[in-house]
Design a protein around this ligand. Sequence first.
Ligand code: ZN
Length: 342
Amino acid sequence: MLHQQPRAGCYTPPREADERSPFETPDRRCKRDGIDGTSDAEPAEGPFSKAEVARVLSSHSYQTEDTAYEFTTTTFRKTSRLTVGHPKPDGPIFRWFRSWNHERITNEAKAMELVSRNTTIPVPRLIDHGGHPDGRRYLITERIEGITLSEIQRRSCLQPLGQSHPGDVPCQQCFDQAHANAVDFINTTVLPQLAKLTSHTRGIDGFVMPPRWLSPDIQPPWRGMKQWKTLPREEPEYVFQHGDLGAHNVMVNPDTLQATALIDWEYAGFYPPGMERWTGTLDRDVYAKLGRDLARPIAEFLGEEYLEYYDKWSDKDELQGLIESGQLPHPDEVKRGLQQAE
Ligand SMILES: [Zn+2]
């Protein structure tokens, strides 16, 4: 799956929303005219022909702190990385760490299999997935051509020459059209079909990936939590969810501006209805705010483990501060909510 085309001389991050900062979207675009994310898909004039550039771009690889991405002309491979250490000039080595960095690869592979087997939602076709002896895991899919909705937000007009929309770069009209199509795709193709996939247990095959809008690696009381429970229910009340509906995960055909696939299913699984927290928009500012004011969603969707970990957390003053700031719910409210649900 082709998230973004890299451009010569400009490192373009793989996704708009980098893993290390799920809800803040740092703008790390290269600012050089002609090769940056705000320019046309067509390469700028230079010593290479368009065909040559296209050939170079079609097979490439890059890596983030936690994941390596490799593209061939027909396939995409994603491999989790081992913990990376960065020596600091004036202190100890900083080690980049992310919980469930390997498990999420398997989770994504299983999610794509499940979705492709049971729905007509377009997802990258899974070719293979597995693990290396050192613990890294990988998945291989067919490569999907196109660009992400995020990238359209940075592009000049995509209409054919002579039919271009008037106005500045990026082209607001192209983005508005693509955004409307993508929202329609999620509302009419994705969510209704996922809602029909139900389960008695959370997660996928016994593994539960914490939601994207939470930061359990750093936030009390979850920090240090090794495993999320499947919380079996008598009725199949959990519904399948993508877990990270954002503009960076919707692939769009740049010619038709229609959504062509939903990618990046690392956070997918069976969860309580509504935990997807779909806001009806793929607006980047709305997405960025999903990680704030979490008291209500935690009480609504993660009440049981919240109470368990609240009790285990030794620094209750710290939790009290987070409750007062709206980041965590009051445990009494959560208890009342759970009793009412019974
Ligand atoms: Zn346009």
